[in-house]
Design a protein around this ligand. Structure first.
Ligand SMILES: Nc1nc2c(ncn2[C@@H]2O[C@H](COP(=O)(O)OP(=O)(O)O)[C@@H](O)[C@H]2O)c(=O)[nH]1
Ligand SMILES: [Mg+2]
Length: 437
């Protein structure tokens, strides 16, 4: 099964956001789906069970904050646990420095160096690269071409010994940022270890980046561990995140073996590099720009359900009324829909409420007490209306207008309820899809 991690995680979360009731079964469904998504992205099975066990425990035991729904709470728990699997955000220092890049053959070192050069150039630092892969004939030419493409300085001395090359390169290049492209091997052997140590001592880098391809999944962590026994690894760069189904394994194993992820490569072009930020990464994986948007989304879903319930039962209160007003504002020409349904007696004033009036209504509803919102009868009391209007900063007649409108809507839906056929017709319409009408 080739399950993309993002869609797997989204599908898992939908077991909660889309569930009729959030009960133990819904939580189990979420956990099973999440396990499936993570394992198929090559995340270590033991780690997956640890994480999902924690999610389950917190989801069932942790108390709800009064203003957060159970759904929101669970989504947030999942989000937090996923973020914790990946470690902290990397913050690249924008200053003069020497960077040594290393890793096995074809992991993406040379491509990544062009990306890094572009990254620092864009931030106003003069950048140059040293062609240190002297074992593969085409490697020097590849780096030369890339450096022309990103417009950074380039240094090579053919097959000169890498130690001498590092020293000469540093003397010749007068750049703020100097990046050394080292040779890989097909495996991590003694020859490579010795060469890396020599370069490290001669070049004396401020940062050392190990490049691994996402394709190797969990092996990334082991590799980082091995390399760091030879020279310090200040950060791991995981390339080919765009094309691999094993990215989850590469990311989590790197963090769990004690290395930090510095950048990720997301394509072959010099711009396809991202500073690694676990929070942003997970937000995107989950499918939302940030958690606030996520929570907002969850809220909307819940509101939609409440609204449907109010429509079906005819039991309105000021909370559902407000949701109704907001959703109508999104839909636009509600009148047209109503007419299509054969409902002509919608109060004109209600349909044509201006933005301004809507805001006033919203202000009024928010200065009601919870009790008033749930029991519209309370709002009929004049002294209460006066208090609400004062709290909302609106005129008493505007407050009365709100109450009148509420009564009309309630009556309309009660009428609809009697006409079951019509209600069914109405219920079958997916309001969210009518935005373009
Ligand atoms: N799709 C994709 N391809 C990449 C990425 N990084 C590198 N590559 C490709 O991987 C191959 C090996 O890259 P190269 O930089 O030559 O690896 P090196 O041997 O470690 O220097 C090349 O075909 C690159 O275009 C990436 O982030 N995404
Ligand atoms: Mg190379």
């Amino acid at each position: 099964m080739n399950l993309d991690l993002g869609s797997g995680v989204r599908s898992a979360i939908s077991k909660i956001t889309g569930a009729g009731v959030v009960d133990e079964k819904a939580i189990n469904d979420l956990v099973i789906e999440l396990q499936r998504a993570l394992i198929s992205s090559d995340v270590n099975v033991k780690l997956v069970f640890e994480i999902t066990e924690k999610i389950k425990e917190k989801a069932l035991k942790e108390k709800n904050h009064p203003s957060i729904t159970l759904r929101e709470k669970i989504v947030k728990i999942v989000y937090d646990e996923l973020v914790s699997m990946l470690g902290e955000k990397y913050e690249p220092s924008i200053q003069k420095k020497k960077i040594l890049v290393f890793g096995l053959n074809a992991s993406g070192k040379t491509t990544t160096i062009a990306k890094l050069a572009k990254f620092y150039l864009k931030r106003g630092l003069k950048t140059g690269v040293i062609a240190g892969d002297i074992h593969r004939p085409a490697a020097i030419e590849q780096l030369k071409q890339l450096s022309e493409e990103v417009k950074c300085d380039f240094f090579e001395r053919g097959k000169l010994d890498p130690k001498a090359l590092a020293l000469e390169g540093l003397k010749t290049l007068k750049d703020d940022v100097v990046i050394f492209d080292s040779a890989g091997r097909s495996a991590f052997d003694d020859e490579l270890k010795k060469e890396l140590k020599d370069i490290y001592n001669a070049f004396n880098p401020d940062e050392t980046f190990l490049v691994v391809s996402a394709d190797i999944g969990q092996v990334a962590g082991k590799q980082a561990e091995e390399f760091s026994k030879t020279i310090p690894v200040s950060g791991v760069i995981i390339t080919k995140m765009d094309g691999s189904g094993k990215g989850g394994g590469a990311l989590t194993s790197t963090h769990s073996t004690g290395s930090r992820i510095a950048f990720i490569g997301t394509g072959e072009k010099p711009d396809d590099l991202e500073v690694f930020d676990s929070t942003k990464f997970i937000s995107r994986l989950v499918g939302y720009a940030d958690l606030e948007t996520l929570l907002e989304k969850v809220k909307e879903v819940t509101e939609e359900k409440e609204l449907t319930q109010a429509i079906e039962t005819g039991a309105w209160n000021y909370t559902t009324f407000m949701i109704q007003l907001k959703s109508m504002r999104k839909i636009g020409p509600m009148k047209k829909i109503m007419q299509l349904l054969g409902l002509y007696d919608i109060p004109e004033e209600f349909m044509d409420k201006s933005e301004d009036k809507l805001k006033k209504f919203e202000a009024a509803v928010s200065s009601m007490t919870e009790q008033e919102r749930k029991n519209p009868a309370f709002v009929k009391v004049k002294s209460r209306q006066e208090r609400i209007a004062r709290g909302a900063g609106i005129k008493p007649e505007e407050m009365r207008e709100l109450v009148t409108n509420f009564d009309r809507v309630e009556k309309m839906y009660k009428g609809l309820k009697k006409n079951k056929g019509m209600l069914k017709k109405f219920g079958n319409i997916d309001l969210s899809k009518l935005g373009g009408l």
